[in-house]
Ligand binder design. Structure first.
Ligand code: C2O
Ligand code: CU
Length: 467
């Protein structure tokens, strides 16, 4: 059941207008994704940017299934290097997780691979390669995967902002300086051009009186988005796809922080005045606010679906047993600013200079740095969890940088955050700690890593064996 030429064309057309309007009742649960180079307009008035995309679009096509449905995707690799697809946040069987060397063989240029799995959880997810990550994601390979609730909340429009950035030169071309020393040892590859849905952020057209479901996804290599909707009070209803037990009302000074990999679903009532513009502000790592986009109101209001805060039904995630949970300390280490030592793939302890010069490693989990190669054969898991047992990861960030820590195959409750949300990725500021509770219920050896892809590539990565 490959995608037809017609749906292929309409997916590209949707990307052209820089806005993804999410069609209801998209029945197709079978897709084809061809990864290949493509040139598309990203910055108005500049020549097209050479990207790597799926089916000629950037971001890749929206994949959409109903909760409980099976998704089947045939990947064709027309890139000049190996690739895979990882289904970020989906709790699926290990063999479908898309980690080369760990869950499957890398898909070589010219080859294909079929992914097929059931989507038990509703929500906002995304997909991206897990091979040669910093470069492939940094060149634009990612897309949105939406799993629809059987009974979605009533809104006037269901829309997504795929938030990312690119590092472009003067001719609007992606710079080739992947994995350079500066990026790897500091904040990762921060782009210089912030994008919404694959285009330079433009004012976003809205109508007074309407209610939006706004799905935010951060697909950037390294940029943290920290958004504030001026003069609006959106409801935060889900994080990383999973509904909050109770929706949270955001006031004008509240922010939505999204590290790479993270998602948030908002219900946004457009309560502003017709004809006016309201900035959506982002805050950078130095604390400065700047305008990401505007909510640009049209002249004519409408009577929309506004009402009480919608409550989404919980996903079928099994609760960890907090009273019996075993605690596991997890220390994030390395990077510039704090002296450190680490072991590479279980080898001898190295100081920071040696670790980088010999192995290009700069970050660690519990003092261990894992290279890409080790993941491919006989690597020692950082933790061995018993199937059916509960655990609390006691995480501390002992570095001078924030890190979005991501676990595959499972979600965890973040015990130290309000409402104890389920998440698959948690952002830890420098010096911060977090308690992550989970039931180890999905057998296999799973990745645990920082989703700043340059940190992952430089050692902040491990595996967790379940069962
Ligand atoms: Cu979204 Cu292991 O990654
Ligand atoms: Cu990191």
């Amino acid at each position: 059941m490959n995608v037809t030429r017609r749906t292929f064309l309409s997916a590209s057309a949707a990307a052209m207008i820089g806005s993804i309007l999410l069609p209801r009742n998209a029945q197709a649960a079978g897709y084809g994704l061809t990864a290949a180079p493509v040139t598309l307009p990203v910055v108005p008035g500049q020549p097209g940017t050479m990207l790597w995309g799926y089916n000629g679009s950037f971001p890749g096509p929206l994949l959409r299934v109903r909760q409980g449905e099976r998704l089947r995707v045939a990947l064709q690799n027309n890139l000049p290097q190996d690739t895979t697809i990882h289904w970020h946040g989906i709790r699926l069987p290990h063999a479908m997780d898309g980690v080369p060397g760990l869950t499957q063989l890398p898909v070589q240029p010219g080859e294909s691979f079929v992914y097929e799995f059931d989507c038990a959880d509703a929500g906002t997810f995304w997909y991206h390669p897990h091979a040669g990550n910093p470069e492939q994601v940094g060149r634009g390979l990612y897309g949105l995967l939406i799993v629809d609730e059987p009974d979605p909340p009533a809104v006037d429009r269901d829309v997504a902002w795929v938030l990312s950035d690119l590092r472009l030169d003067r001719g609007a071309q992606i710079t080739g300086d992947f994995r350079n020393y500066m990026d790897v040892t500091h904040a990762g590859r921060l782009g210089n051009t912030a994008l919404i849905n694959g285009r330079l952020a433009q004012p976003y057209a809205v109508t007074a009186g309407e209610r939006l479901r706004l799905r935010l996804v951060n697909t950037a290599n390294a940029r943290i988005f920290d958004l504030r909707f001026t003069d609006h009070a959106p409801w935060l209803v889900a994080l990383d796809g999973h509904p909050l037990d109770a929706p949270q009302r955001l006031r004008s000074n509240d922010r939505v922080a999204l590290g790479p990999g993270m998602r948030a679903d908002l219900i946004l009532d457009l309560t502003g005045e017709p004809g006016r513009r309201y900035p959506v502000l982002d805050r950078d790592f130095q604390g400065r606010e700047h305008r990401l986009t505007d909510l640009a109101y049209g002249e004519t209001p409408m009577a929309g679906a506004a009402g009480r805060a919608p409550r989404l039904a919980a996903n079928p995630v099994a609760e960890p047993d907090l009273a019996r949970a075993e605690r596991l300390p997890l220390v994030l280490g390395g990077g510039m600013g704090v002296p450190y030592a680490l072991r590479v793939d279980g080898g001898p302890v190295l100081d920071m200079r040696e670790a980088f010069q010999k192995h290009r490693m700069a970050w660690s989990l519990n003092g261990q740095a894992m290279t890409d190669h080790a993941g491919h054969h006989g690597h020692e898991p950082l933790f061995r969890l018993k199937l059916g047992k509960s655990y609390i990861l006691d995480v501390s960030n002992d570095t001078s940088r924030p890190h979005p820590l991501h676990l595959h195959g499972h979600v965890f409750r973040v015990l130290n955050q309000p409402g104890r949300p389920w998440r698959d990725t948690v952002l830890l500021q420098p010096g911060e700690t977090a308690q992550l509770a989970l039931l180890a219920d999905n057998p296999g050896e799973w990745m645990l890593h920082c989703h700043i892809l340059e940190h992952q590539a430089a050692g902040m990565m491990a595996t967790v064996q379940v069962g």
